[in-house]
Design a binder for this molecule. Structure first.
Ligand code: F0G
Length: 354
């Protein structure tokens, strides 16, 4: 069962809405003690592993809604600009809906796995000589002028679907986390999660709200720096965005929740990326690691008040937005190549250091 079926009472769907689903959602919430040890005593850390969605990222939650509503409204085509994951998701859901998918990507700037996905699902993939922000501008113009539905997160149905992530976290934990941590790019996801928490509280399902902690990459941190970044830079290509579409909503989530939006350097992102894979056993893409890098940074700064002995632990949930296999080049680039030895026992034993 996908997120529309599971949470339809909270979603703008009716009996007539054709549900286009690939069984998205219901992703694991993994306890990450090695991260909690760094935060300090009295804390639990949980990883919402969105990389286990059907196309390997959180985008599927929003795409099931956006594509279902597009079909309900009679649309025969969807389009998006993308740093990779949105395009992979849109392409797959368009296949399920039997409609056309147009994807506009910044040339040479999306991870290999994501490009492979959009292509294999048969999307019409167009690379533009520009960055994500420029690609988005073109797609907005395209969908304004032609009968094609925009499925970037400016499409309100995307936010509706993505807010189901908050519901799942509360349902699985049985309580509300104290801190909700996530990377921020175009800022749709922080908007969606905050909306989800508020609606769950409004419905009486939960009785408190988390503080939202968002993290941008230092070279692409318009919200933190307070102005659009013309030429954003970061190895976390998914969040290489200089002028987020949901900027204002992200600030609202930050302020209403008494949280923060901060930035982390590429070195910090890579450290968290390797820590997740090497110490927690969870492989997430670099952008996803930005949230965890933020937790490490804030822990170093003493942001998290020490837990009280004997009291209930505080809970931090980090959303790991995309699977590590999306960007295999990055993993290989930041590690040493394996040694090549002769194909005999002695050589392998020696190389293995047994
Ligand atoms: N993490 C990953 C893996 C992403 O792909 C994105 C966004 C984000 C975080 C940031 O989420 O934009 O809602 O703040 N990717 C978009 C795309 C922009 O085109 O795939 P956001």
């Amino acid at each position: 069962m996908g997120v529309i079926e599971r949470y339809k009472e909270f979603l703008p769907v009716t009996e007539k809405t054709p549900v286009i689903s690939i069984e998205e959602g219901d992703t694991p919430l993994i306890k990450a003690d090695p991260i909690a040890e760094i935060v300090g005593p009295g804390y639990n850390v949980w990883l919402k592993y969105e990389g286990l969605n059907p196309t390997g990222s959180f985008k599927d939650r929003g795409m099931t809604m956006a594509v279902s509503k597009a079909v309900e409204e009679g649309s025969g085509a969807v389009a998006c600009a993308s740093t990779g994951n949105t395009s992979a998701s849109a392409a797959a859901y368009a296949v399920r809906a039997k409609i056309k998918c147009i994807v506009v990507i910044p040339e040479g700037a999306i991870a290999l796995g994501k490009l492979a996905q959009a292509l294999i699902h048969g999307a019409c993939v167009i690379a533009v000589k520009g960055n994500f922000d420029e690609a988005l501008k073109v797609v907005i113009e395209l969908t304004d002028k032609y009968p094609v539905t925009l499925v970037n997160s400016i499409n309100p149905y995307r936010i509706e679907g993505q807010k189901t992530g908050s519901f799942e976290i509360c349902d699985k934990l049985g309580f509300v986390p104290d801190y909700h941590v996530l990377p921020v790019g175009n800022a749709g996801n922080i908007t969606a999660y905050w909306k989800g928490y508020k609606e769950y509280k409004g419905a009486g399902k939960i009785d408190s709200l988390p503080k939202m902690l968002g993290f941008q990459a230092a070279g692409s941190a318009p919200i933190v720096d307070g102005h659009p970044i013309e030429d954003p830079k970061t190895i976390a290509t998914a969040i290489k965005i200089g002028n987020p579409a949901s900027w204002k909503q992200a600030e609202e989530a930050r302020d209403e929740s008494e949280g923060l939006i901060d930035k982390v350097t590429d070195d910090e992102i890579l450290e968290a990326y390797k820590f997740l894979a090497g110490k927690v056993g969870v492989f997430a893409e670099p952008a996803s690691a930005a949230g965890v890098a933020g937790v490490f940074k804030k822990a170093r700064e003493g942001f998290f008040p020490p837990g009280d002995k004997g009291k209930k632990p505080k809970n931090i949930v980090c959303v790991l937005t995309g699977h590590g296999l999306k960007d295999p080049d990055r993993a290989i680039k930041c590690l040493e190549s394996p040694p090549v030895v002769d194909a005999n026992l002695e050589a392998v034993v020696e190389a293995a250091g047994i």
